[in-house]
Ligand binder design. Structure first.
Ligand code: TYD
Ligand code: MG
Length: 453
């Protein structure tokens, strides 16, 4: 007898429970538990006396697969995916509304000239998609647009068309007709994603899901979606700047620290292959408050400009503001400058920005942050040919960073002449080629002396 088994899921964090609860035991939110289908009972599984043939196999007897990847014809996207799309994989591309998810995916669909694409949109009409495609100015004739939101219709179309890639824009508009809940609700997102996941696995057709993201950075509603897919990519950037970053947050088939960079232009997203060149401003004279960090995002060295403004505060409580950097990290660095460097900042406002609207969280930028702050505070410009790569510890020690050789190589390629690093970086320093001079420091006062020399 077919029996449908249901469970309760928290609409806030996705936690599962066997019964209704007023308060979610996982995230503590009230009234968030919703019922949904877990399984339609297939008789014979488990239970007493069931005849299940053992399907566990010795690991060494399982053939190892070499993944055949499908190139998306987009270098930055391929890089983030770990070399292209894996057949049968399911990928979630998340980002805030308006950041360019639909543009990126339609552009990729158009760029994959040799692949048949099924582009499903629950958000836009066929005409709107056509208008965007015209704007992107790429010719691709084997692309099918479906503006339906039911998983039944989508999978049926996909079976008949047999495309090389299915793109769903967005998962929040898709419904599994089995459930009565509205599109975008947790049960709907989970159930429709699960149908699409099964479709991908059984057909070996890769499926890309677009998902909207909430302000706090989680893919709207269900964390559970992140667990269901093979790869989670996040598309981010400041609406006011042209740069967009595609970050791998999770990747079953590649590194989760890769990063792709794009620039939004009048006709689509341009791939930025050499980020440092666009991130460094072209200036004639050195200006105070600017320091360049040799940072590493994923496996990609990037020279990033930090801009700081330090001035006497008109208020009793001075302002501290960091854009593109963790503000707690800034507070910590300011405290270290005061306590260990003996440098007074308590009555000063401190602002720091990462140029180009980028967000970085590489601790190797610490030294450049400190340099930018000191440079602005004293109104002493830092030589434009100097860059920094070191972490700063709580006791003011200048700590080593990893992959220094890659950072040095990038800086030297871009024509920097000096790089300030930690004395403790040891072995990676001697084997440097080129004209870049490496300055080693161990303590904060050596940094002060270097900047104010
Ligand atoms: P969109 O891709 O619809 O964002 P999302 O799907 O993430 O909500 O739109 C991104 C923005 O980019 C939109 O404001 C219009 C703009 N845009 C360009 O600047 N150039 C272009 O070529 C296109 C197609 C859009
Ligand atoms: Mg969109």
């Amino acid at each position: 007898m077919a029996k449908i088994k249901t469970a309760w899921f928290c609409s806030s964090c996705g936690a599962q429970a066997g019964k209704w609860l007023g308060k979610c035991p996982s995230c503590g939110e009230w009234n968030t538990m919703e019922e949904s289908i877990v399984s339609r009972n297939e008789p014979g599984l488990g239970g007493k006396g069931s005849l299940i043939s053992l399907s566990a196999r010795p690991l060494h007897s399982i053939e190892s697969l070499t993944l055949k990847r499908i190139s998306t014809e987009n270098g930055e996207l391929d890089r983030v995916l770990g070399g292209g799309l894996v057949p049968g994989s399911i990928i979630l591309v998340g980002g805030e509304p308006g950041i360019g998810k639909s543009t990126l995916m339609l552009q990729v669909a158009l760029q994959m000239k040799k692949t048949r694409i099924l582009y499903v949109s629950g958000e836009e009409s066929g005409e709107q998609i056509r208008m965007r495609a015209d704007r992107l100015k790429i010719d691709q004739t084997d692309i099918y647009v479906l503006t339906d939101t039911s998983t039944d219709v989508i999978t049926e179309h996909a079976r008949q068309l047999n495309p090389g890639l299915v793109i769903i824009d967005s998962i929040q508009t898709i419904v599994n007709p089995v459930l009565e809940s509205t599109a975008g609700s947790i049960p709907q997102i989970r159930e429709s994603a699960s149908v699409l996941q099964k479709f991908a696995k059984t057909s070996a057709i890769p499926v890309i899901l677009i998902g909207h993201i909430t302000k706090d950075g989680t893919i709207a509603g269900p964390k559970i979606l992140e667990h269901m897919v093979d790869t989670v990519l996040q598309f981010e950037g400041d609406q006011h700047y042209g740069y967009r970053i595609l970050r791998a947050v999770k990747n079953r088939f590649g590194s989760a620290s890769e990063l792709g960079i794009f620039e939004m232009s009048g006709n689509g997203l341009r791939e930025v292959n050499n980020p440092s060149e666009v991130l460094l401003s072209q200036r004639e004279d050195p200006l105070s408050g600017i320091a360049v960090a040799a940072s590493l995002e994923g496996n990609r060295p990037m020279l990033i400009e930090l801009q700081s403004l330090v001035g006497v505060s008109p208020y009793a409580t001075p302002q501290r503001s960091a854009t593109g950097l963790d503000s707690r990290r800034l507070s910590m660095l300011l405290a270290v400058i005061e306590k260990k460097g003996g440098y007074r900042l308590a009555n000063k406002d401190v602002f720091i920005n990462v140029a180009g609207g980028f967000r970085i969280d590489d601790p190797a930028t610490d030294l450049a942050v400190v340099a930018a702050v000191l440079s602005s505070s004293e109104d002493v410009p830092i030589d434009q040919n100097v860059c920094f790569a070191a972490e700063i510890g709580l006791s003011g020690e200048i700590r080593p960073v990893f992959k220094l050789d890659q950072r040095i190589a990038e800086a030297s390629k871009l024509g920097f002449r000096k790089m300030v690093v930690s004395k403790f970086n040891g072995k990676s320093i001697p084997n440097i080629k080129g004209s870049l001079e490496v300055v080693q420091v161990a303590k904060l006062d050596e940094v002060f002396r270097f900047i104010f020399a």
